[in-house]
Each structure stands twice: as C-alpha cells, then as structure tokens.
Design a protein around this ligand. Structure first.
Ligand code: CTP
Ligand code: CA
Length: 223
C-alpha cells in the first residue's frame, strides 16, 4: 500500500484534524452554513496517516472519502464540534484545525417551520456567537503539543494571520486569501502563506491541497 511506501516520520503521533463547514439550524428546515468542502482537511488527515500517525477526524457535514483506518466523528453544529475537539485534545500530540466553523448561529426559531409573513416583508434573524474551538485548544495547550490553525482572509492577510497566531496560541498558521486566483473554498488547489511562532514566514505558490498538506507536516514534524 501507499502507506507502506511512505516514510513513517509521524509514527506514534496522535493527530486531531477537524474539517468541513458547520451547520447551524434556525427552524425545522433551514440552517446557516458555508461552502467548505473539507478537501483541505481531508488532505491534511490523509497525509498524516500516510506518514504513520494515528489520526482522528472531527467532521462537519461533507461528502469525503477517508481511509477506514482514520477514525471519524461526525458533527453538525459548531457547539458539537467544540465539544468533540476539546474532549479529544488532551490525548493528542498535534492538532490541525481546518474547519470553516460558523462564527455565529441563529437564535433558534423553534421546532416548527417558519411561515413567511408576506411576500414583501423582510426578516431579521438574530445571531448568537459560537465558541472558538482553535482558541480553546490553544488556551489549554501543554508543552509537547503542537497546534496548527488555518486563516481565511480577504484583505491584510499577513497582519490578520499574525494576530490569530498570537491570540490563539498557535505554533503555525496557514493563511489563504479567499479572493483572487489562489483557490481555497471548494477548490482542489490552495495558495497559502505560512507563519510560525518561530518567526517563519513562507509564501507558497498555488499548489494541490495534498501538496500543501504534505508541506505542513514537513514543517511540524521536522522543525
Ligand atoms: N476557528 C475555530 N472556531 C471558530 C472560528 C474559527 O476553531 N468559532 C478556527 C478555524 O478552524 C481556523 C481559525 O480558527 O483554523 C481561523 O478561522 P478564521 O475564520 O480565519 O478566523 P476567525 O478567528 O474566526 O476570525 P474572522 O472570521 O473574523 O477572520
Ligand atoms: Ca471565522
């Protein structure tokens, strides 16, 4: 198999990856979500597994193939993803959080389907803040644990990515621009800037997501 042919430089490492969107219900049939396909996270999980790691994936609603040897916990909402990830983190050596977590969830309407008032009237839906999963893991990170985050930015990418690296106590942040050619959401390629807590700053050309994933683990596993 491919795994047997790959250098096992992550052997024995327990790795947590989250991926995909979260889905935040409003009424009986409607929800708030985003276009994340989980492709980047899937590539990160498979790369770690190929290199010998023991990989656990916490996944939002996506249709994604993963090797059966990767254990998978399926969740829907950001709150469920938060609980799954914070429960798993103390037993992990590394985590790479790629999920496009919804920053807000609608204040629930209830069990029923909302009936529109009239064809002309607008509607305001109140949003409540969701917990920041990555920040929570960073806040309780122990010596020996490595935490990698992603960042999606439309402007001032480096400034915002650096702020997230620091605020969330990360070892590495992988920032992608969501505008222009680079790819990111729902794309097979990604153009990223990688910033490390060690001062590393690298901008990579647009690469297939499996190649981006491989390079992330190159940095983390061979510092
Ligand atoms: N993230 C998270 N929990 C959230 C929001 C984000 O764990 N509630 C994680 C993402 O998985 C990603 C990183 O934080 O690894 C950055 O996400 P991003 O949306 O770029 O940044 P935010 O901190 O949410 O800030 P903003 O959306 O305002 O740029
Ligand atoms: Ca966000």
């Amino acid at each position: 198999t491919l795994r047997a042919m790959t250098k096992q430089d992550m052997a024995g490492k327990r790795v947590l990856v989250n991926l995909g969107p979260t889905r935040e219900p409003w009424d009986a049939v409607r929800y708030l979500s985003n276009a994340s396909s989980g492709t980047m996270g899937g590539a990160v999980a498979v790369a770690a597994w190929l290199r010998g790691a023991e990989v656990t994936v916490v996944t939002g609603p996506v249709s994604l193939w993963l090797p059966a040897a990767i254990s998978r916990q399926c969740v829907t909402t950001a709150q469920e993803m938060f609980t799954a990830c914070t429960d798993l983190w103390p037993g992990m050596d590394m985590a790479c959080l790629t999920a496009a977590v919804a920053d807000y969830r609608p204040k629930p309407y209830g069990e029923r389907k909302f009936k529109k008032a009239s064809a002309e009237a607008g509607l305001n839906i109140e949003l409540l803040p969701n917990p920041d999963i990555l920040k929570a893991l960073g806040a309780c990170k122990l010596a020996g644990q490595t935490l990698v985050g992603f960042a999606a930015e439309s402007h001032d990418l480096e400034t915002h990515a650096r702020a997230k690296l620091k605020a969330k106590n990360l070892d590495l942040i992988v920032a992608n621009s969501i505008v222009g050619e680079g790819g990111a959401f729902d794309s097979p390629v990604n153009a990223v800037t990688v910033i490390g807590s060690d001062g590393r700053l690298e901008t990579w050309p647009s690469l297939p997501k499996p190649e981006v994933a491989w390079r992330i683990w190159d940095i983390v596993s061979n510092p």
